[in-house]
Design a protein around this ligand. Structure first.
Ligand code: RIB
Length: 304
């Protein structure tokens, strides 16, 4: 069983702060740290640590960061053979402000080499692989995302889209998506439906189903996640943990869900597994502090 992740690779620059700055304000923050990041890379590491052979289809710049980020993926058992080194551009970076009081974060990304992940590149690489699932996000060019999902269906893979950061998606594309994983805000932006209550979540989820998506799994933070299919509407509760850093929580969830689906679990069981992966991630610093399979199994046993 294999998964192909098509997405970004970043270096994350974190600063912890007791409060977010306002426009034109300087705030003295606390610790600074650098971690590997990028939604694509985070999800790939998440899948690999859960024990599934994982291909990373991505690009880095021809700089020092690119080399280190590829080495980091390799160390995590992600297959890096297909990662493209784009000439004359920098590896993607993200600046992250982590509010240690509210536990909220603000992220700004300079995509750099993410932009070099082209539809042709995906056509040439993904078509030659036979992954059981294809997992992608929206930090790469939108035409590349479309090509990924289209090829994903052609090669009979389960296609999973994490629509983050949200972008307009053409109506044509939804029919290539087996599972979409938006958070509450993304669900609202994709559908134009105001999402406040659980009823709103279900209504907006149904809207995505009507566009051609087969399963909607909406992540709802501390509340858990909603599963919306033609015959099921259900909230799967989150696990309660002490939160340290929520950056990468959505990536941990997406990785957990993709792995569980590849293993043939039913959707509710898959969401419970994904909730556990995300719960363990948020107890640690860094977007890529993804749990290993044994930790997740041990954690889930406590809740049997
Ligand atoms: O989802 C978290 C990720 O978003 C970070 O690692 C950062 O690089 C941005 O891509």
């Amino acid at each position: 069983m294999t998964i192909a992740v098509i997405g970004s690779i970043h270096v994350d620059f974190y600063i912890k702060t007791p409060k977010f700055p306002q426009p034109d304000e300087t705030v003295l923050g606390k610790e600074f740290a650098m971690y590997p990041g990028g939604k694509g890379a985070n999800q790939a590491v998440g899948c690999a640590r859960l024990g599934v052979r994982t291909y990373m289809l991505s690009a880095v710049g021809d700089d020092f960061f690119g080399k280190i980020m590829v080495e980091n993926l390799s160390k995590n058992n992600v297959v890096t053979d297909y990662i493209y080194v784009a000439k004359g551009v920098h590896t993607g970076v993200a600046f992250i402000i982590l509010n240690e009081v509210s536990k909220e974060n603000m992220i700004i990304v300079a995509p750099g080499a993410d932009e070099a992940i082209t539809p042709d590149y995906v056509e040439n690489t993904l078509s030659s692989l036979t992954p059981r699932a294809v997992l992608t996000q929206l930090e790469i060019p939108i035409q590349t995302v479309y090509k990924t999902l289209e090829i994903g269906k052609k090669i009979d893979a389960i296609t999973v889209l994490n629509p983050s950061p949200v972008k307009y998606l053409s109506s044509e594309i939804y029919k290539y998506v087996d599972v979409i994983i938006p958070n509450r805000v993304e669900l609202q932006q994709l559908t134009g439906i105001e999402v406040r209550t659980e009823e709103d979540v279900f209504k907006a989820g149904e809207c995505l189903l009507s566009r051609g998506v087969k399963v909607v799994v909406a992540t709802l933070g501390a509340r858990g996640a909603a599963v919306i299919t033609y015959d099921k509407k259900k909230i799967v509760e989150a696990f309660k943990v002490d939160v340290v850093d929520t950056v990468g929580a959505g990536d941990a969830f997406a990785a957990g869900l993709a792995v569980a689906l590849v293993e043939g679990r039913d959707i509710e069981e898959a969401v419970r597994f994904a909730n556990a992966v995300a719960a363990l991630k948020v107890t640690r610093m860094g977007a890529q502090s993804m749990p290993y399979r044994e930790e997740v199994e041990k954690f889930l046993k406590k809740y049997l």
